[in-house]
Design a binder for this molecule. Structure first.
Ligand code: GDP
Ligand code: ADP
Length: 402
């Protein structure tokens, strides 16, 4: 039976006091948040370069549990504040961190975490970085083999290299002539991939044309951690799984102008044997039916004229014409002052800095968390952030419970 640590505290006020009590030595920078029977101890013991660790004290059993931690662990910092949101995630505000690394969410009971707990049969938590606004929904591109998915994705990545990142899938199929391992696919043995699927390492997977294909959690995280919008080239079954997931992607189905033209494109690519071509054409009929009528997809595009289809794709992603210039910037991080204190008022997290002893002269940043979207294994979007000063906020009612 585990022994509860002396510093376990309930409630935000105590967390702040504890965090402030870390002092300037940055030792024992841990914070504890209790949700139901579980106390989540988040932080590290010492050096600021170590990743933030998570341990769980289960009051019901009296045991300590070390969970599987998914997502990129944040590095330690000058201090942490932790605030429970909706009992399914903990908002972490890090002191003295870069704008893209100071607001994080530790998911403890979201859809993604619950699925992972079921698969792995153990305690799981997942990190997700918080970003402002809503600009970076992942994009799923589906469609029959040979329709032009890869061609359209290459065009997008070439024109907007800093905006989009390709989710490199795993597959058990053999590489084609020009394909590179780790770039086009992670080419994997079936037994290894099956084990990794069982271990819960995939967001989705499917058997397509006789081979296994799947999107690993890591493949999505690599892209989102680079601050880019993730593009997934996956089949209709995979699109269905993504639609049910927390990724909140935009789902696009690409149609050929005709089955005859699809066959011409597939053959002219010269990457498949005759048997493989026939199998792909047979599967294309089913995929077309599902793609058009299943209600999975948000948009259907016809790839007749390549340039025309590419323009339509850009338009529905909101990056056509003049809009592109303003939208291509990477998702914004949040510029927090190095030293601050944190409190919560309904859906607003209030970060005070400046001169706390002179209450009216202190400054505030307000994080509005009322419209959060996405989450692990991607970023948590929809944070609204604005700066104010405390005196005018009191007058404007920001400080009043709504
Ligand atoms: N579900 C799922 N499908 C994938 C994944 N990666 C690729 N696919 C799909 O698998 C199918 C075959 O892909 P590929 O062998 O590259 O052939 P191509 O579509 O003819 O270029 C296509 O429909 C892809 O969209 C994945 O990670 N998950
Ligand atoms: N609109 C189009 N018109 C003619 N050929 C096209 C068009 N779009 C793509 N192609 C060609 O069709 C072939 C299949 O395209 P590809 O991008 O490999 O398809 P997918 O990734 O969907 O299997 C390629 O040789 C590509 O150059």
């Amino acid at each position: 039976m585990g022994e509860a640590p002396a510093f376990i505290v309930d409630g935000l006020q105590n967390q702040i006091e504890f965090e402030n009590g870390c002092g300037s030595k940055f030792k024992g920078c841990k914070t504890t948040t209790t949700i139901g029977d579980k106390s989540y101890v988040i932080g590290g013991n010492d050096e600021s370069t170590l990743p933030v660790e998570v341990r769980i004290f289960d009051k019901a059993t009296g045991n300590w549990v070390t969970p599987i931690v998914l997502g990129s662990k944040p590095n330690l910092c000058k201090g942490l504040s932790a605030i429970s949101l909706n009992d399914d995630r903990i908002l972490i505000v890090k002191k003295g961190s870069a704008p893209d690394d100071c607001i994080l969410f530790l998911e403890v009971d979201t859809w993604f975490v619950r699925e992972q707990k079921k698969i792995r049969g153990t305690e799981v938590v997942a990190w997700s970085k918080g970003v402002r606004g809503d600009a970076e929904k992942p994009v799923v591109i589906s469609g029959p083999s040979g329709v032009g998915k890869g061609t359209l994705i290459s065009m997008l990545m070439k024109e907007f290299p800093s905006m989009f990142g390709f989710s490199v899938s795993h597959t058990t199929r053999a590489p084609r002539g020009m394909e590179k391992d780790g770039v086009h696919y992670h080419f994997t043995e079936r037994s290894i991939m099956e084990k990794e699927i069982k271990d819960g390492k995939f967001v989705e997977y499917a058997s397509v044309h006789g081979n296994l294909y799947g999107t690993s959690i890591e493949a999505v995280e690599v892209v989102t951690d680079a601050g880019k919008r993730c593009i997934l080239d996956i089949d209709v079954q995979g699109a269905r799984s993504v639609k049910a997931s927390s990724l909140e992607a935009i789902l696009i189905f690409i149609c050929p102008p005709s089955m005859k033209e699809l066959e011409t494109r597939l053959r002219s690519r010269r990457t498949e044997t005759e048997d493989q071509i026939l199998k792909r054409l047979q599967n294309a009929e089913v995929e077309m039916e599902q793609g058009k009528s299943s209600g999975i997809f948000d948009h259907i595009l016809y790839n007749d004229n390549l340039d025309g289809c590419y323009e339509s794709l850009k338009k529905l992603l909101g990056i056509d014409g003049a809009a592109a210039a303003t939208q291509i910037s990477a998702p914004q991080g949040i510029d927090l002052p190095a030293d601050h204190s944190v409190s919560k008022m309904d859906n607003k997290i209030i970060i005070n800095y400046g001169t706390p002893e002179l209450e009216k002269a202190s400054k505030r940043i307000v994080l509005d968390v009322s419209s959060l979207k996405g989450g692990a294994p991607g970023r948590t979007r929809g944070l609204d952030v604005y700066a104010t000063d405390s005196f005018s906020d009191d007058l404007n009612g920001i400080n009043q419970p709504s």
